[in-house]
Design a protein around this ligand. Structure first.
Ligand code: SF4
Ligand code: SF4
Length: 443
């Protein structure tokens, strides 16, 4: 088997054995749901409901503002208890619609598919349905999908890559989805291909998931428009630029996106969400996630309503095992550390990872020893140590010249640094500060 890959990267322990064999369970909707009005890249949504309003499942409760934005929908039926700032996994308090669930799951009367035949949607109808459904990238980046499905005319897309790499250690929700919803994903990928006018679909799967590689190869035998692309298991293989390089040998230019080289990369969870919306008319109100780690009693793969609190999911999974040392939204490499489980699942929540205190290396930080390890492993060919030095000295424009904005925040440099320097933390800081400076100069 010809396994593809990209230069550099790392091989952290994948720990997928903790949860991979557990079938996706539906998490019963809890009595209270907290839905933040800003869950994605771009402008926040504006509330469309008031305190004490009755809302129905699937009802739009937040309107998208601007091109790069996405509407927000009620994930249960019930009554709006309040609209107030609530702590979210981003670490910030965000204006949120808090709904008391009436347990009826009464669906809003407008929820129905536009067409009975899912294959008869025009590209424009797909884009509109995806936008109205509030679908964003479910792999973690949460970029509005309708925008991704509208590449500029001067950059025609010839290839779709279905991203089934799931290279983050511990997480297995994409693996389960690919196993449990194979036919739906194939139809979803075909719809994406037609929407952007591509002619070929590659399904990228890492070779630690041999069963998926065989399953899809068998299903798609004789199909010239599909090809399964087995990938070497290496982090961050699931990064868009790494996938495009590994599968097609094309280089996404600095500051560019996959469409600049004729490619649409779509995560499998997002592809399934597109399929579901076109099939049923239901917007994005639920998503798959993995709750896992040595710090959780019963790791699971779950389908969870957006707005469910982390603490409810922890309880459903048997509670904490031992003393929880670290709670992370997402995986250990790119996830966001949480200081409380009193935060809701948002569209970007691909996992809840709990590491017990004894598993966390409490490492002391030392000065850089110029070993070059961060440079040798950076999949974007950057010089992390230089970017960070400049950011630490508040020379953000200079740091940008060294590729600050090209960093995909994969965490590889921090992982390999023998001096335990939190390089990616400093890179995020540099990016934030640069954005603040830009906004200031626009005023
Ligand atoms: S500099 Fe950015 S892209 Fe390179 S290894 Fe560090 S986090 Fe990853
Ligand atoms: S890996 Fe750490 S110690 Fe080595 S050069 Fe990079 S920042 Fe310095």
């Amino acid at each position: 088997m010809n396994k593809k890959t990209f230069p550099k990267g790392i091989h952290p322990p994948d720990k997928k054995e903790l949860s991979k064999d557990f079938k996706t369970e539906f998490f019963p909707a809890p009595s209270t749901i907290v839905i933040p009005l800003h869950q994605h890249i771009g402008a926040p949504a504006e509330p469309l409901v008031n305190k004490k309003d009755r809302v129905l499942k699937g009802q739009k409760i937040g309107e998208a503002k601007g091109f790069i934005s996405a509407p927000i929908h009620a994930s249960v039926s019930g009554t709006v208890k309040s609209i107030e700032p609530h702590l979210t996994p981003s670490g910030k308090k965000i204006m949120s619609v808090i709904i008391t669930n009436d347990g009826e799951d009464e669906i809003h009367p407008d929820i129905k598919p536009l067409k009975d035949d899912i294959s008869s949607y025009s590209p424009e109808e797909v884009r509109t349905a995806v936008r109205d459904a509030g679908i964003v990238g479910l792999g973690g980046a949460a970029f509005p999908t309708s925008v991704k499905l509208s590449p500029p005319k001067e950059f025609p897309v010839d290839t779709v890559i279905l991203n089934g790499a799931e290279c983050e250690p511990y997480l297995t929700t994409d693996y389960r989805l690919m196993l449990e919803k194979t036919d739906e994903l194939i139809i979803g990928a075909e719809i994406l291909k037609e929407t952007v006018g591509a002619s070929k679909i590659y399904i990228g799967i890492e070779d630690n998931k041999e069963d998926l590689i065989s399953l899809y190869a068998e299903k798609l035998k004789g199909r010239a428009d599909f090809e399964v692309a087995p990938l070497k298991t290496k982090y961050p293989q699931g990064g868009e630029k790494m996938l495009v390089k590994a599968i097609l040998g094309r280089e996404v230019p600095t500051g560019g996106l996959p469409f600049h080289v004729g490619v649409l990369v779509q995560n499998v969870g997002t592809t399934y969400a597109v399929y579901e919306t076109l099939k049923t008319g239901m917007p994005l109100i639920e998503r798959g996630l993995t709750i896992t780690g040595e710090g959780i009693k019963t790791p699971k793969n779950l389908s969870v309503r957006i707005g469910t609190m982390f603490k409810d999911i922890v309880e459903f999974s048997g509670g904490y095992a031992g003393n929880p040392g670290k709670l992370i939204m997402g995986g250990p490499m790119m996830g966001i550390s949480q200081y409380t489980d009193n935060v809701p699942v948002i569209k970007a929540t691909s996992g809840i990872l709990v590491l017990p205190d004894e598993e966390i290396p409490h490492k002391k930080e030392y000065p850089c020893i110029s070993c070059n390890s961060c440079v040798d492993h950076c999949p974007m060919n950057l010089v992390p140590t230089r970017i960070v030095k400049l950011a630490q000295n508040k020379l953000f424009e200079e740091s940008k010249k060294w590729g600050l904005l090209d960093c995909i925040e994969c965490g590889t440099c921090s992982y390999v640094c023998p001096a335990n320097i939190p390089l990616v933390h400093w890179i995020r800081y540099g990016k934030n500060e640069l954005m603040k400076l830009r906004k200031k100069s626009e005023k």
